[in-house]
Design a protein around this ligand. Structure first.
Ligand code: NAI
Length: 252
């Protein structure tokens, strides 16, 4: 049990990577607040954790809203007493170029992928700083490090996640707070299937392209969750500001 007595918030906790992280954190002993726009699905993940003997609550929230983030943090503190770990993981993708995306969609992507992280940090950093310790893990993307085709807002937003992680690490390291990003390649979740729809490509051929990397397959959510657990735990006590890539060797 690497996370005994730790209290965690996971956003996008009902989705592929978020659910896997919630289960993995709970399996290591953490109490978990499962946060998602889809409250019913978040509740199902919390129920799954409880059924396995863990401790979890579900909170329905839009992470791009400051009112919702305030409520999430307050609810988690009321339930658990404090917050030690945050996985800022909720994210959306729009497979559009600059010529195709409109301003509202651009703002939506940045609201969920970027503003939400700033808002969460604004509200949890004081709690972690008071304890002199905390670990924040932000989900970036391989496309936040190297770019990708027909996903301008997503690539820009994930690049922002990687660099805001470094800035947050610099600002709050002296308070004992570590901030890192985990950057997946293609992972077997609903987002990948949604992308296939958005680019109007047949799902199986789209997913097959995800296997075109040295390890010859796409990633599974639990493989991202394992990296998050490590970054959340004291095993990574000298790691901050880093961009950990978990992508099966998506080098090109
Ligand atoms: P997913 O679509 O399965 O999960 C995303 C979750 O975020 C969903 O449960 C959704 O309801 C929630 N969400 C969306 N907007 C929200 C909002 N405004 N407030 C609260 N929750 C909201 O996708 P997946 O793959 O699990 O994605 C998790 C993270 O991983 C995202 O940040 C994504 O960009 C990133 N990622 C995913 C990759 C992949 O291949 N699946 C690759 C690289 C990064």
């Amino acid at each position: 049990m690497r996370l005994e007595n730790k209290k965690a918030i996971v956003t996008g906790g009902a989705g592929g990577i978020g659910r896997a992280t919630c289960l993995a954190l709970a399996a290591e002993g953490a109490e978990v607040a499962v946060v998602d726009l889809n409250q019913q699905a978040a509740q199902a993940v919390a129920d799954e954790i409880r059924a396995a003997g863990g401790s979890a609550i579900a909170i329905g929230a839009d992470v791009s809203s400051e009112a919702d983030i305030t409520r999430v943090v307050q609810t988690a503190v009321d339930a658990f007493g404090t917050i030690n770990i945050v996985h800022n993981n909720a994210g959306i993708i729009r497979r559009t170029t600059a010529l195709e995306i409109d301003v509202d969609e651009w703002d939506l992507v940045f609201g969920v992928n970027v503003r939400a992280i700033y808002l969460m940090c604004k509200h949890v950093v004081p709690i972690m700083a008071a304890a002199g310790k905390g670990s924040i893990i932000n989900t970036g993307s391989g496309w936040g490090l190297k770019g990708g085709g027909r996903a301008l807002s997503y690539c820009a937003s994930k690049g922002a996640v990687v660099n805001m992680t470094r800035a947050l690490a610099i600002d709050h390291g002296p308070a004992g707070i570590r901030v890192n990003s985990v950057n997946p390649g293609d992972v077997n979740t609903g987002m990948l299937r949604d992308e296939a729809r958005q680019v109007a490509q047949e799902e199986n051929s789209f997913l097959a392209e995800s296997a075109d990397r040295p390890l010859g397959r796409m990633g599974e959510p639990r493989e991202i969750a394992a990296a998050v657990v490590w970054l959340a735990s004291d095993e990574s006590s000298y790691v901050t500001g880093s961009a950990l890539v978990v992508d099966g060797g998506g080098i090109a």
